[in-house]
Structures are given as C-alpha cells and as structure tokens.
Design a protein around this ligand. Sequence first.
Ligand SMILES: CCCCCCCCCCC/C=C/C(=O)SCCNC(=O)CCNC(=O)[C@H](O)C(C)(C)COP(=O)(O)OP(=O)(O)OC[C@H]1O[C@@H](n2cnc3c(N)ncnc32)[C@H](O)[C@@H]1OP(=O)(O)O
Ligand SMILES: NC(=O)C1=CN([C@@H]2O[C@H](COP(=O)(O)OP(=O)(O)OC[C@H]3O[C@@H](n4cnc5c(N)ncnc54)[C@H](OP(=O)(O)O)[C@@H]3O)[C@@H](O)[C@H]2O)C=CC1
Length: 303
Amino acid sequence: MAAVDRAAGLADCDPPLTGVFSEQLFRGQCALVTGGGTGIGFATARLLFHLGASVMIAARREVVLAEACATLEAERTAASGQIGFTTVDIRSSEAVSALVEETVGRFGPIRLLVQNSGGQFVSDAASMSVKGFNSVVQLNLVSTFRVARAVFDACMSDGRGGAIVAMSLDVDNGMPGMAHSAAARAGINNLVKTLSIEWAASGVRVNAVAPGIIYSESAFSHYGDAAEDLLSALLPAIPAKRLGTPEEVAGVVAFLLSPAASYVTGSTVAIGGGSHLVRKPLLPMDEPCASQPYGRLPRKARL
Ligand SMILES: CCCCCCCCCCC/C=C/C(=O)SCCNC(=O)CCNC(=O)[C@H](O)C(C)(C)COP(=O)(O)OP(=O)(O)OC[C@H]1O[C@@H](n2cnc3c(N)ncnc32)[C@H](O)[C@@H]1OP(=O)(O)O
Ligand SMILES: NC(=O)C1=CN([C@@H]2O[C@H](COP(=O)(O)OP(=O)(O)OC[C@H]3O[C@@H](n4cnc5c(N)ncnc54)[C@H](OP(=O)(O)O)[C@@H]3O)[C@@H](O)[C@H]2O)C=CC1
C-alpha cells in the first residue's frame, strides 16, 4: 500500500521519540491510557512508560492488552516506569469507576489521562439509523465525558492537578460518511474548552488532539477491503502526501501532558500533515454535482 509505505520508517528509533524528552519527564506519575493496547493508544502508553510513568492501559480485549504489556515489559530500560492492564468498556459507568479504583489502588492517583478509546463505522447519513448515530456519540463523546469525570472526581479535583488529553478527529470541514463521529468529536473539541475553564482552579489542564489519517494495522483492520481505495483517494488531499504514524500522535500527546505545555489548556491540536487546512471534506465522495454537492458513499457500508 503506497500510502502506508510513505509512513514507514518514521518511527524507527527504539523506543520511539524518547530522545526528544528527558527520560525522567513523567517519573513516578500515574497515567491511564484507554485503548492503550493498540495503535495510537499503544504508542502513547509506550512513550509514557519509557519516560518513567506508571501506566495503566485499558480496553475491552484482555488478550490484546496482555500482549501489549508483555511487549513493553520486554523493552524495559532503567528509565522505564511500570505497566499494567485491565479490561473496561468505557460505555459503562460502573466499569469506568472500577477502572479508576483499580488504577489508583495499583499506581496511585491518576495525574495523566489519555482518553483515546473510540471509533465508528462508515455510513452516509441517509442510511444511518438514530440507534447507530447514538451508539457512536455515546462511545466517543459521552464516554469521553464519563472517563474524564471519573478521573477528575477521584484524583484531580483535590487541587493536586493533572493533565487530560482526549481524542478527536479532523472534522473542521465536516466528514461525509462519518456524520456521527464528526459530530461527537466536534463535541469533544468544545468539551475540552469548558472543562479547561471549570477545572483550571483545580490545576487540571484539558486538551484534545485531532489526528488526520494515522496508519496502524489495528485501525485499518476495521475498514476491510475499502481501506486501500479510500486511502488512494484521500492521499492527494493531504499536504504532507503521506499518512501519519501512531508515534507522531503519541509525541504530541506527551507534550500536552508534560510541563512543556503547562500554559496550554482548552486547545485541540491538529496532527494531520496539514490536512485540516485543506478546504474539502476528508473522506472522498463520488463525483460531486450541483444538486448533490457531496455525492454519496455506498448506502450503509457495513465494514
Ligand atoms: C484509519 C482507517 C483508514 C480507512 C479509511 C477511512 C478513512 C476514515 C478516516 C477517519 C480516521 C478514523 C480512524 C479511526 O477511528 S480508527 C479506530 C477504528 N475503530 C473502530 O472504528 C471500531 C469501533 N467501532 C465500534 O466499537 C462499534 O462499531 C460501534 C461502537 C461504533 C458500534 O458498536 P455498538 O455495540 O453500539 O453497535 P451495535 O452492534 O449494537 O449497533 C448499534 C447500531 O449501530 C449501527 N451500526 C453498528 N455497526 C455498524 C456498521 N458497521 N455499519 C452500519 N451501521 C452500523 C446499526 O444501526 C446498529 O443498529 P442495528 O443493529 O439495529 O442495525
Ligand atoms: N487512525 C486514525 O486515522 C485516527 C484515529 N482516531 C481516533 O484515535 C483513537 C485511537 O484509534 P487508533 O489507534 O487509530 O485505532 P484502534 O482501533 O487501534 O484503537 C481504538 C481503541 O479503542 C478501544 N476501544 C474501542 N471501543 C472501546 C470501548 N467501548 N471501551 C474501551 N475501549 C474501547 C479499542 O480496544 P478494544 O477493541 O479492545 O476495546 C482500541 O484499543 C480512536 O478514538 C480513533 O477513533 C482519530 C483520528 C484518526
């Protein structure tokens, strides 16, 4: 896949990107990374771990999390922190409460939160049921609030502070084929603004990152055979003319969590090789016409 090949080699340093930060940056701090077993979440957990944090990764698939932990344990250096995993479905308040309790019990109060878990399916809006729209909003927007609230209440509201990074998307120009996710992520972009104001008095910074198209096997596997065609059509609209890597997102997340960003809050940082500056929707559509300016995706493309 040519688009993927262009991204290869960018994360060859091992462990990735630690060289640009002090290895003591997060020494002893407890970090929770949801979705930390794969893709962007794994790259972020990996970087925080190698920068000294005690990192809990959490998602639904235990076997994936266990494998991720084993990989990190095998990479351990003198500078590395601790790593642990537990399962969670972030759509459940009870499960999220249990996750926070377990993380605090194991590694102490959570100071760094990366609310990375999320996703969606591709469908044009005309084929999308309200139930499907709602399930994606629940997963991405409502569950981001749920996780942030649970961590704030338990660990960050006491004035000792913390830093939160949520996962958004490049949605400035809308997102044909992903109306649900784009609306949810636009909600996240606004949510971090309000939370950053309300929680500033507790010393908590709240930011988001908005990745463009980031290649990882786990992410692409959700799009099946459609991925290659979609990507071929998408690539010309990316000024950098390549996809991003999970490590390129992890570096920005680590910066936002770090004291280097101590005066940054309420921001959403685009990580898309300039794609957020291109004034056209990110997803490719059929040939536009006057009566139907954005064309159509195949109806209800179940990928
Ligand atoms: C990076 C890939 C490149 C390929 C090119 C694409 C370009 C896009 C660029 C954007 C970049 C973004 C990338 C990523 O986000 S990577 C992460 C990818 N991971 C995922 O997306 C997986 C996450 N998905 C899920 O967890 C679930 O699908 C979801 C939460 C979204 C739904 O789960 P839920 O359990 O709530 O769903 P149900 O099965 O109960 O269904 C509820 C209703 O939802 C509708 N639905 C569900 N799935 C589909 C589908 N595949 N297609 C259409 N509709 C769907 C449906 O209405 C369900 O109701 P019914 O069962 O009654 O029909
Ligand atoms: N790749 C890309 O181009 C882009 C990705 N993003 C967003 O970045 C984030 C990471 O994506 P990426 O690494 O690419 O893809 P992945 O599919 O690798 O990551 C998604 C992660 O979310 C976890 N997850 C999904 N649903 C739940 C749930 N209900 N409860 C707990 N965990 C859940 C998954 O684990 P499990 O299935 O085991 O629960 C998985 O680890 C997502 O929010 C994604 O939408 C945003 C912009 C672009």
